[in-house]
Write a protein of this length. Structure first.
Length: 201
């Protein structure tokens, strides 16, 4: 059954829970999902092209900010490292114009900001790990050979803290649905069914 109706699918969750993997799987399962182009000032990563993330200089990022409405405009800072991440209204509408469902991941605070900036219908789904042990395992695998031990420990602590806070959130309070990401195929199918349900209403 085709998913109809205009809305935006937002996937949330702590670092390492599998947000990008779920988003990729959704776009593989059905062509109705599309990841809108977004911008970052960090160095490019191997998976960026699939996730439609464009690495730009800070100068170019500021130019993009000046020439269009930024629905998402965030700064991530860790020590001396700082990066800007953004999504323009133009890039989001480009996906919607094609009658496709935009899908991307956000933090909870950025989701709240997005709700204030757009009147588009948002379907928000928060992913939780099956266990704390599994979450730590996924984070270590994701950042293997990458960040320093200090950075890795900070990532793990932040992810665990976000998970504990998310457990206290009741569906309907910022988040529409909360799912345990234990099996890729099961969670993907559940999200597609939720989208079909939302499209009917």
């Amino acid at each position: 059954m085709k998913i109809t109706g205009q809305f935006v699918l937002v996937i949330l969750g702590p670092t390492g829970v599998g947000k990008s993997t779920i988003i990729q799987e959704l776009t593989k399962k059905t062509s109705q999902f599309e990841i809108p182009r977004s911008y970052t000032t960090r160095p490019s990563r191997p998976n960026d092209s699939f996730l439609n993330i464009v690495s730009v200089s800070k100068k170019d990022y500021y130019r993009i900010r000046r020439t269009g409405v930024m629905l998402i405009d965030t700064r991530y800072t860790y020590g001396k490292f700082s990066q800007l991440n953004g999504l323009t209204e133009r890039d989001l509408k480009e996906v919607i114009t094609k009658e496709k469902i935009p899908v991307f991941d956000l933090s909870l605070s950025t989701l709240r900001t997005l709700r204030k900036k757009t009147n588009l219908k948002l379907l928000s789904i928060y992913l939780l790990p099956p266990s704390k042990t599994e979450l730590v395992k996924r984070i270590k695998k994701r950042y293997a050979g990458g960040p320093t031990k200090k950075h890795l420990i900070a990532r793990i602590k932040k992810a665990i803290s976000e998970t504990e806070k998310a457990k206290k959130i009741k569906p309907g309070q910022d988040i529409d649905f909360i799912l345990i990401n234990n099996r890729l195929d099961t969670v993907t199918k559940t999200i597609i069914e939720l989208c079909r349900h939302v499209s009917k209403n």
